[in-house]
Design a protein around this ligand. Structure first.
Ligand code: 8YV
Length: 311
């Protein structure tokens, strides 16, 4: 389902008989022709494999995702057919955490605007740029304390931030942080709200108008998870009216063709879904994806299966 980088595509081509959905001129004709022979799917977190693809591949045994998110794979369809699914957890955790913190600093301290201020000559012409709010020592909320959320929290400790989090239950390894399970209450306790939830039907639009308004006019929302966790209409309305101070977003509905209203919002920092986008991590992700395929076809258990109870 790629495209994948050449260092992954090469070994895939060498190890498997590959059929490239991403290169097909007519994806439907492609599926009708090769679908019946497909036994495994290599896909990306953002592309997944929906019911149409799965139904078109009656001999399908395994789906290996190049990414930790499995929301774009129809897990119900897989379970019904006994198709096993693997993702690439852990290898990307720290990069995504770095990126979330980088977005907090970039938007919070006005780095992109500062760069423009210098390049455009405004610095020389007009002098000092508008001051920003302090980041260190402020309050951070982590909505969904999984692996990535926890790594973000560890980094924020170095900024002397007061950290709160939500999760299904309090976590022993986060004893120094405050557990606030209700998303609105968590948002109200946050200057920076990080959205780090694994997306599912249950979490869809969990960040809605109430949560957004609780973050407030001085607050910033940072999303490194999936767009579906946020109600984009409510987000755009709050960014336009000033009910929300800012949003730093690495994920969008319909990406890469995102809602054009974002382009006119100076208080939004827009990134092209690159949280895990370092050479080192992408190589690790590609290898783990191939290891899962190889293990399956060798009759071995998947190294990193998607959890059985995943929604
Ligand atoms: C990748 C991702 O950007 O891990 C995920 O769930 O969305 C990302 O790491 C994507 O899978 C690569 O296209």
């Amino acid at each position: 389902m790629g495209a994948f980088p050449e260092w992954d595509q090469g070994p895939l081509d060498d190890g498997f008989e590959m059929h490239r959905h991403d290169l097909a001129e007519d994806p439907n004709a492609f599926l009708a022709e090769v679908g019946p022979r497909i036994r495994g799917i290599a896909t990306r977190g953002d592309l997944g494999a929906g019911r149409t693809i799965i139904d078109a591949c009656p001999a399908l045994e395994v789906i290996a995702i190049y990414g930790v998110g499995f929301d774009a794979v129809d897990l119900d369809a897989c379970r019904a057919r006994g198709i096993v699914v693997a993702n690439t957890p852990d290898v990307l955790t720290k990069d995504v955490a770095d990126f979330g913190v980088a977005m907090m600093l970039a938007l919070g301290r006005g780095l992109i605007g500062g760069d423009h201020w210098v390049r455009s000559g405004q610095w020389a012409e007009m002098g000092m740029k508008k001051l920003q709010r302090r980041v260190w020592g402020s309050k951070a909320g982590i909505l969904g304390l999984g692996r990535i959320g926890h790594e973000i929290g560890r980094r924020l400790e170095a900024f002397d931030m007061e950290i709160s989090y939500s999760a299904r239950a309090p976590k022993d390894h986060a004893a120094a942080w405050t557990y606030i399970p209700d998303p609105v209450e968590l948002a109200a306790a946050s200057d920076y709200l990080f959205v780090t939830l694994a997306a599912s039907a249950e979490t869809r639009h969990i960040v809605g108008r109430e949560v957004i308004e609780a973050v407030g006019p001085e607050g910033i929302i940072i999303n490194v998870s999936r767009a579906s966790n946020i109600d984009e209409d409510a987000l755009i309305a709050a960014l336009s009216s000033g009910a929300l101070g800012g949003a730093a977003l690495d994920v969008f509905e319909g990406e890469p063709n995102i809602d054009p209203r974002f382009f006119d919002l100076p208080n939004a920092l827009l990134q092209p879904h690159q949280g895990s986008g370092t050479v080192e991590t992408r190589k690790d992700m590609g290898k783990l994806m191939r290891d899962n395929l190889t293990a399956h076809f060798a009759g071995e258990p998947l190294p990193t299966p998607v959890p059985e109870d995943a929604a």
